[in-house]
Design a protein around this ligand. Sequence first.
Ligand code: AFP
Length: 327
Amino acid sequence: MIRFEQTFMNFLLHHQERHKRTYHFLILMDALISAAKHVEHYYLTGALKGNLGLAGDVNVQGEDVLRMDQIAQEITVHYLRASGRVIHAVSEESEKIIPINTEGGRYFVYFDPLDGSTNVPHGLPVGFLFGIARRNMEGPEDGHLRSGKDYIAAGMFVIPTGAFTLALKNAGTWRFHMDEIMDFVRPVRMILPEDTKEWELSFNPANRHAYAEKVQSWIEQNERKYAFRYLGALAGDFHRILANGGMFMYPAIVNHPDPRKNRPQGKLRLMYEAAVVAFMCREAGGTAVDETGTPILDIQPKEPHQRTALYVGSKPLVGDIARALLG
Ligand code: AFP
C-alpha cells in the first residue's frame, strides 16, 4: 500500500491560510528549501567531487574557508535574490551585511548555510541555520539587526540527513524529513519531553576545565544524571535535544591555560546560531540564556557577527544553570 504524506509546502499553505498571512513568506520559504536541497546535493556528492576540502582563503574571523562554505553561500544568496522578498541578509560567510532587494524586500534573513566545519572533511552532519525577521512595514525601517524575539520564524536543516526543523512564531516547532523525491514531508510537532529519563547534556568536554568555576561545579553535580552526546555541529546536537530534552551548552571560555584562547563573549554567533535554536526551543516549550542568565531572545545585537555563550534546552535545566551562573 502506498503511504501518502503531507508535504512541507502543503503544511505551510494551510498554516498561512489559517493565520491569514500573505504569500510572501511562502515564496521566501520556497527559496530556502531550494537552497537547502541544493546544498544537500553538493554535500552528499562532495567527497567524490573533491568539494569537502579547503578553498584556499581565510575569512574575516581568521578561519580557513572550505570549498563547501563557498558553494553553500553562493547557492543561498542566489535563491534569496531570486525570491525578491529579502531586503538584507547576514551570513556567517560574509563580513558585511548583504544587500539583496533593498527597495522591495520584506524580510531580513540571518543564516549560516554550512555550520560545523570540523565535520565537513568527513562528510558528517552539518547545519544550515536561519532566522527570519520582518521589515517594519508601517514606518521607516529601524535597523537590520533584530533580536530573536522579533524573529517570525527560525529553522535548521541537518545536512545530509534530510531532517528539517522549522519554528513559526506562536505556532510551534515542527520537524520534517526528506522523502525519495526530495520533498520534506510528515510534519511532527516537537515539544520538549518532560520525562527526564531521556534527557541529554551536550557540550565540548575538551573545554570543561576552561569554563567559569560555577559552570564546572554545576557540571560535576549534574553530569551523572544524564546521557552525554556531542557531535560538534550545533544543528545536529540541538536536533537531539529537541527530541530527547536536556541541554546543549557552549559556555564562555574564561580559564584557558593560554589566556589568548579565552572567549569571554562565548563562541557561537548570536544572530544565526544562538537566536535560531533559542527561537525553536521556545516554540517547543524550552528556553535559552547566555552567561549572565539573560534570555538569548532578548539580546539586541550590536553587530552582525556578535558572539554569545549559550545554554539552551529544557526549562528546568536551563533555569537551574542560570541560577548557578547568577549565584
Ligand atoms: P564553525 O562555525 O567553525 O563551523 O563551528 C561550529 C560551531 O559554531 C557550532 O555548530 C558547534 O556547536 C560549535 O561551533 C563547535 O565548536 P567546538 O568545535 O569548539 O566544539
